[in-house]
Design a protein around this ligand. Sequence first.
Ligand SMILES: N[C@@H](CCC(=O)N[C@@H](CS)C(=O)NCC(=O)O)C(=O)O
Length: 256
Amino acid sequence: MKGSRPVLWHISVSHYNEKARWALDYKRIPHRRRGLPGGVHMLAALLLTRGETVTFPVLVLDGKGIGDSTAIIGELERRWPDPPLYPEDPAARRRALDLEDYFDEELGPAIRLVGWHEMSRAPERLAELSADFLPPGVRDDPRAAAAAGRYAAAFTNARYGVKNEEAAERSRQKVLAALDRLEAELDGGDYLVGDRFSVADLTAASLFYPLALHPDAPSLGKLPEALERWRAPLAERPGGRWVAEIYRRHRPPPVG
Ligand SMILES: N[C@@H](CCC(=O)N[C@@H](CS)C(=O)NCC(=O)O)C(=O)O
């Protein structure tokens, strides 16, 4: 299948998936998207990457499945270098990749856990969010939506332990630490590395999208009250405002 259009296998609400979508859109790479509900996607990821990963996103390029958003961006950068996401200068590039790694490892799992923790405690909100993954014929059936919500709560608890209050509190602290670090690294500037947009900004903004909820980011619907109470003041911090601004300036619409 050499030369065929790349296919991104993704989960619509997932922030790591948003990171890969943003990179494809930023580079204006024509591709197709295939969405799957969380949980079901793990078998697909295993098959698409021939056993290498159980996570989405997976990008299929020339018949080969590439798992992990960082590896996907690395391959996009190699094949479609313009516009670049990696700085040219080696020291700046190292810094950008280190920041990508920091936000991937420290922020990504923590903000996901906080989000699912609060969603799991608000079954009606979770049912609404999960209904989007149902086929059109059953999407409007409240019992099907509630069942999809229960499945999402069970899956995220089994996989990430989202019901655990102590884990949620540790994760809230990690998100705060990541926001502190973001603001310290920016030091009042527009970009994390040098004076232009790079993979570091794309990673921080996409993984922080649930904080800023910019209209161009994935929609999470109406948030549970507790989640909104936690999120709203953080969105007003300089780091939260920066995420919204980076979305406004650098998140292009999806490539058709
Ligand atoms: N390091 C991976 C993380 C991706 C990831 O954790 N994806 C989640 C969805 S948000 C997933 O597929 N989780 C399934 C699992 O953890 O087994 C990346 O950057 O792509």
